[in-house]
Write a protein that binds this ligand. Sequence first.
Ligand code: PHE
Length: 488
Amino acid sequence: MKHEWSSRLTFILAAVGSAVGLGNVWKFPYITGEYGGGFFIFAYLFCVALIGLPIMLTEIALGRRGKHSPVNTLAELSLEAGASPRWNLLGWSGMIAGCLILSYYSVIAGEVMAYTFRAASGMFTQQTADGIKGIFNTLTSDAEKLLAWHTLFIVLTVVAVARGVKGGIEKTVTFLMPALFIVLLVLVGYAMNSGGFSQALDFMFTPDMDKFFYARNDAGAYLVDANGEKIFTWKALMVAMGHAFFTLSLGMGAIMMYGSYLNRHVSIGKMAMIIVSLDTLVALLAGLAIFPLVFVNNLDPASGPGLIFETLPLAFASMPGGAFIGTLFFALLFFAALSSAISLIEPTVAFLIESKKMRRIKATAWTGFVIWLTGLATIFSMTGLTLKDIGEALLGAIGLDEIELNSALFQYNPFQVIDFFTASIMLPLGGMLIAIFAGWIMDRESTQREFSFSNRFIYPVWYFMVRYISPVLVLMVFLNIIGIFSFD
Ligand code: PHE
């Protein structure tokens, strides 16, 4: 057989490395803030348990059985099951989703790198909340700086992947993940004594259905229709479900890819449990580190993608040894992002090597280039580009300048669109189809064999979940949205 992980521990580390990343530390807190806290976390945990865990098992099992990149694994397994080889389209959509996600992931990871240097230079020391906000605004309004960091991050990802997954990932994650964990604990310890802890607990764990189900404006006030009634929306539920996929790296083939390097004699049940638990723990710790600072400094939990860049530096500003801990924190987060980025691009690279007979270096460089280019859309989003600007420029080019694009939809920026489309639509859809494929298309013997080293209760539970529960839940969320769904 081709590559295999050196041990089951390295598989766990690589999969945790993929799962734990900006999703846990940057995205989870800010979307939790935007969708009102408690009920959002509740919905997210519910999706992790009932959808994420079974699909994590499915991806590992299928990957290990197929032993190829997702496109070819799916082609082979559908052949084995006597089904249409078109199931490999799922692998294709996964590759596209992975590249689109990495295009913005890299821009944020670039900001994390920039912050590592800012923390090290003592820039945050003794700053006020306004000063820290200013530092963030200065960075995000400078397209050239963002571009430089984005470029550097893509180059680093390409170098790591070009050297082969094993060499790069195994070494980095072995000491990184534990270190990140410890620094997060230190930050939670600081946050506990900051005076905002109980408010944060309240925010995170007291369900507030209204904030979850009714649309609000940027200032947090509820929107109302012509009759003065609050406007119902499913968007938060979609985002919560999408995030369960995003944070566990599911629905686009990353875990399937890593599963393909896994030895046959490993209990995949245990693996999946460990990966999912660690990922969830890191996200909750990040929330517990960040929200106390939000409340004690009178910041807005719904301030969006800048949340960690505006809160955590405040902790580093006033804690003893803050410059050191801050540098360590952002450096570790950068590595966590890098190990996730590697898994976002690997399915595409492996596919190009297998099917197009490209050399690894060439495959990685080309994929990296396309992603880098796509990342420009996110950079310009940070500096203020909206769909309205793009639309009006296009209309202007064909001589229709007088048309004004006023629908609410046009206020979104390309980053928000790419993020929503990939995380909230492509990943859940991909995951749902993978579950259907494993539960309904593949024959029982093939799937059962992959569970032979797991506890004997796991298989029947998994089988039931992927047939009746996980895909049905995803479908229900989607069906609810069709017809009632509106983007705002
Ligand atoms: N799970 C990663 C994170 O939370 C992101 C990711 C998504 C990685 C999809 C791979 C595939 O940061």
